[in-house]
Design a protein around this ligand. Structure first.
Ligand SMILES: C[S@@+](CC[C@H](N)C(=O)[O-])C[C@H]1O[C@@H](n2cnc3c(N)ncnc32)[C@H](O)[C@@H]1O
Length: 456
């Protein structure tokens, strides 16, 4: 770092003694940053490079535990350190587009993109490591994304299946993580020069796959949370030399965000100054790099979307009738589109969903629920995907006494005096999950794996 930064390195090193900033990115599918900031029981400040970003200091976060607040369980926000909010904000994903997050777990940037897409179009969130894909899928569920296909694929296999398919692709690459050493000191123990070189090789292969999947005119954002030029300016320089029809686009350099450094590349290509670096001593956040590129050349013909998927089939008329009977009891309005039945699990596929046969699918869109012998049981994902007004019946925990929220999140039965069937259990008007009211009690359907355990 001293070689790269000269005298400024001292300020970088000093920043490691400063407390880290904690970030919360508002989920625009459920609320807006002003409403959230007013409702949270602690002070936050806006993150200047992300419209939906809020941050607070580490001490406040330690006292207030925002990850344990019922608003978090309701998917109103995603905990994400402020610099990590920069890359997805730059991709420009819009409702109705086909968007890929190629290295997606645990889903910080996927949920950011999903918010920008407002439930319309196709968002493919892919993760290479199976275990991490599970956490990704849970976050997609909690934030209520309805148009997201979660996959557990290698970039190469995906590129072979979906050439020229996407309008926008985010590659938030696996990297040596130098920018996270303050947030996660253990990450420093993995660092070596050989690791940096190995990461750079992987990044090259992942970028090749991303390029193959990008449409003509499509946009690619590449990001890392490391400082090494080999994984940043030089990775983009090498990409531009492999694919001259990619053109770097200027990223915003306001609020302490700096330009990438052409002098740190092999050729000194001035266009590398259009990339962005977030340094922990210049911004309130950790270390990050981002580059944005547009594909000017001709893409291979796009794989056509397939409505019916050979990985499963649509429900039969009787099965659909069971779902519709549930819907008539529990929901206002209907959910329409292409349905997919995987075993007994019913999903609504995102629009423009590609054929799924042969792909490792973790979540094929909105999980509606499970077909039992003669009835339909809704999935937690459905409760989190709809606003309170879409439920015919609701049970508001704030009206039910101080202990009710904790009781529900622990999986306890709730007292009531009705017999209304399926209802949304809400906190402050935001659905937290399902309950089933029958003869004076509400059976708890908050998923076992998410329940609070132990003392508060
Ligand atoms: C920086 S993390 C992604 C963070 C995520 N975008 C977020 O915002 O929450 C990079 C991801 O790449 C995955 N990965 C590891 N090796 C990979 C490879 N060879 N190809 C693609 N992805 C890989 C890692 O498992 C990790 O989840």
């Amino acid at each position: 770092m001293e070689t790269l930064l000269g005298p400024e390195a001292a300020a970088l090193f000093a920043s490691y003694e400063e407390p880290k900033a904690v970030g919360l990115r508002t989920n625009p599918l459920k609320t807006d940053p002003e409403t959230l900031a007013r409702a949270l029981p602690f002070e936050t400040t806006p993150v200047p490079w992300c419209e939906t970003g809020l941050s607070c200091d580490a001490e406040t976060a330690a006292a207030a535990a925002p990850g344990k607040h019922p608003y978090h369980a309701a998917g109103l926000y995603y905990m994400q350190e402020p610099s990590a909010m920069y890359p997805a904000a730059q991709l420009g994903a819009e409702p109705g587009e086909r968007v890929l997050d190629l290295c997606a777990a645990p889903g910080g940037k996927t949920t950011h993109l999903g918010g920008a897409m407002a439930g319309r179009g196709l968002l493919v969130a892919n993760e290479y490591e199976a275990k991490r894909a599970k956490a990704l899928s849970e976050n997609v569920e909690r934030l209520g994304l309805t148009n997201c296909l979660v996959l557990n694929e290698t970039p190469e296999r995906l590129a072979a299946r979906l050439p020229g398919f996407f309008d926008r692709i985010l590659v938030d690459a696996p990297c040596s993580g130098e920018g996270m050493f303050r947030k996660d000191p253990e990450a420093a123990s993995y660092w070596s020069e050989a690791h940096v070189a190995a990461c750079a090789r992987t990044q090259g292969a992942v970028l090749d796959a991303a390029f193959a999947m990008l449409k003509e005119g499509g946009t690619l954002v590449y990001s890392t949370c490391t400082f090494s030029p080999e994984e940043n300016e030089r990775a983009i320089e090498a990409l531009l030399s492999r694919f001259p029809d990619l053109e770097p686009l200027p990223l915003p350099h306001a609020f302490g965000v700096s330009a990438g450094v052409p002098a740190w590349s092999a050729t000194g290509d001035e266009r590398l100054a259009r990339t962005a670096r977030l340094w922990p001593h210049r911004v309130r956040g950790e270390g990050h790099f981002a580059a944005k590129l547009v594909k000017r050349g001709e893409a291979p013909p796009a794989a056509a979307p397939a409505k019916k998927s050979a990985a499963g089939s649509g429900p039969s008329r009787q099965q659909l009738a069971l779902y519709r009977a549930f819907e008539a009891q529990a929901l206002a309005g209907t959910i329409d589109g292409d349905f997919l039945l995987l075993g007994a699990q019913l999903y609504r596929l995102p629009d423009e969903c590609p054929a799924l046969a042969g792909l490792r699918v973790v979540r094929p869109g909105l999980h509606l629920g499970e077909l039992k012998k003669d009835r339909f049981e809704p999935n937690h994902a459905l409760a989190l995907a709809l606003p309170a007004e879409r439920f015919r019946h609701r049970y508001e925990l704030r009206d039910a006494g101080e202990r009710a929220v904790d009781a529900y999140l622990r999986g306890e039965t709730l007292p009531s005096d009705g017999d209304r069937g399926w209802l949304a259990v809400t906190y402050d008007g935001y659905p937290l999950g399902w309950g089933k009211e029958s003869k004076g009690t509400i059976k708890n359907f908050y998923p076992k794996g998410l329940r609070r355990i132990g003392a508060l």
